[in-house]
Ligand binder design. Structure first.
Ligand code: ADP
Length: 355
C-alpha cells in the first residue's frame, strides 16, 4: 500500500523544481494500513511558498484514491533538513601518535615469542627509537616479568580539558609497557578468556597513555583466535613478525598465523620470520653448533612462501635467565645483542618498505 501511495504522490510536482515530490525527497515518510494513512512532507526551505498547496493536493489525491479512509488521512509538514541521527562520538584513541604498530605472533606457545618481543623492544630502543610494548597474551602475560614490573598497578588519569580518561603504562627501561597481566591474576586466566578479555584489551589499546612512539610491539597470544580478530579490527598494524622454532615452523599453526595476516580483509604485511632456538652451543665448545631440532627449516619455509627470513637466535642460557630475571638478554650478552640488532634492522627496513 505504501508503495502505491508513493507512486500516486510522485505525480505531484513541486512547481519550482518541476520534480515529483517523492523522487525529490519531499515525501519523507508514508505509513499506511487499512485504518489510516499518514504522510510526512519535508520542505528544505523554511516557509516554502508551495508547501500548503502541495499538502492540500496530497490530501486530495489520497482521499480520491482511498475514499473509505478519507477522514483518517493526515498530512504533516516539516521544514528544514532532516535531523541526522546522532553520530557516535568520534572514537577516541591514544594510538594516533604511534608511527608503527607491529604484532609479534607465533603458531604455538612456548616458542619464545614473548622473549623475542622483549629483546626486540630493547634493541629498537637502543637503536634510538621510542618504543612501547602491549602485552596482549591473555594466556600467559609475561612482559611484566621480563621487565621486572610484576607489581605494577596501573593508575588512571583524567584530563579535565578533554574529558578523556587514560591508563598509565609502566615505565620499562624508558619504554611504555602495558600488559593484560596487570589486571589479572594467573588464577583468573580462564574467566578472562573471550569477551571480557577482548573488551579489556580494547580499553588498554585505546586508553593507555602511549604518547609519541616510533614502534609499538604487541605480544600476541599464540595461534589465531578472537583476540587476534579484535586487535586486527581495532588497530591498523604496520606489520607482523612471526616467531617460530625450527621444529614448529612447518606445522599448520604457523601457516594459519601467516594466512591470518595475509587474508584479504586483514591485509597486514608479514615482515618476516624469526627462528628462535635455532641451535645450541655448549659453553665449553663455543665454536660448535648443535642443531637439535633440524636446520634451515624456517629459512626454507620463508623462501617458499615469499616471506623475509629475519634471522635466527640460538638457545642461550642468558636468554632464559634474562627472561626470568627482569633484564632481557640483549642488555648483557653481546652475542645475543648482535643477532637482535640484525633482525631489528630488517624489521625497520621492511616496515618502512611496506608503509
Ligand atoms: P612464548 O611467548 O612463545 O610462550 P616464551 O618467550 O615465554 O615463549 O619462552 C618460553 C621459554 O623459553 C622461556 O622460559 C624462555 O626463557 C625460554 N627461551 C625463549 N627463547 C630462548 C632462547 N633463545 N634460548 C633459551 N631459552 C629461551
Amino acid at each position: 500500500m505504501e508503495n502505491s501511495i508513493k507512486q500516486l504522490l510522485d505525480g505531484i510536482v513541486h512547481p519550482e523544481t518541476g520534480e515529483g515530490i517523492v523522487r525529490s525527497g519531499i515525501v519523507e515518510k508514508v505509513t499506511a494500513n487499512t485504518e489510516k494513512i499518514t504522510v510526512t512532507l519535508r520542505f528544505r526551505k523554511a516557509r516554502d511558498p508551495f508547501a500548503l498547496k502541495i499538502k492540500n493536493e496530497v490530501a486530495a489525491r489520497l482521499r480520491e484514491r482511498y475514499p473509505a479512509l478519507s477522514d483518517r488521512i493526515t498530512v504533516f509538514i516539516r521544514e528544514g533538513e532532516a535531523q541526522q541521527p546522532a553520530q557516535p562520538a568520534e572514537k577516541r584513541t591514544t594510538t594516533d601518535r604511534i608511527a608503527h604498530i607491529i604484532a609479534v605472533a607465533s603458531g604455538k606457545g612456548g616458542v619464545g615469542k614473548s622473549t623475542v618481543t622483549a629483546n626486540l623492544a630493547v634493541t629498537l630502543r637502543n637503536m634510538g627509537y621510542r618504543v612501547g610494548i602491549l602485552d596482549a597474551d591473555i594466556y600467559g602475560p609475561s612482559q611484566p616479568k621480563m621487565f621486572g614490573a610484576e607489581g605494577y598497578v596501573p593508575d588512571a588519569e583524567h584530563d579535565d580539558a578533554t574529558g578523556a580518561d587514560y591508563i598509565l603504562p609502566a615505565d620499562a627501561m624508558d619504554m611504555k609497557l602495558m600488559s593484560i597481566g596487570f589486571f589479572i591474576r594467573p588464577t583468573d586466566a580462564l574467566m578472562w578468556r573471550g569477551a571480557m578479555a577482548t573488551n579489556a584489551l580494547k580499553q588498554l589499546i585505546h586508553q593507555t597513555k602511549w604518547g609519541t612512539l616510533d614502534f609499538l610491539l604487541i605480544d600476541m597470544p599464540p595461534g589465531t583466535g578472537d583476540i587476534h580478530l579484535s586487535i586486527l579490527s581495532e588497530l591498523k598494524l604496520s606489520g607482523a613478525v612471526i616467531v617460530s622454532t625450527p621444529q614448529q615452523v612447518a606445522v599448520a599453526d604457523v601457516v594459519r598465523g601467516v594466512e591470518m595476516f595475509r587474508h584479504e580483509q586483514v591485509n597486514v604485511p608479514v615482515l618476516g620470520i624469526v627462528e628462535n632456538m635455532a641451535w645450541f652451543t655448549p659453553a665449553e665448545l663455543p665454536e660448535n653448533r648443535y642443531y637439535l631440532f633440524g636446520r634451515g627449516g624456517a629459512r626454507e619455509y620463508a623462501r617458499a612462501n615469499g616471506i623475509d627470513f629475519l634471522g635466527e637466535i640460538p638457545i642461550v642460557q642468558s636468554v632464559m635467565e634474562g627472561a626470568d630475571g627482569g633484564a632481557p638478554a640483549v642488555l648483557n650478552d653481546e652475542r645475543v645483542e648482535r643477532y637482535y640488532r640484525e633482525i631489528c634492522s630488517r624489521i625497520v627496513e621492511n616496515t618502512l618498505k611496506s608503509c
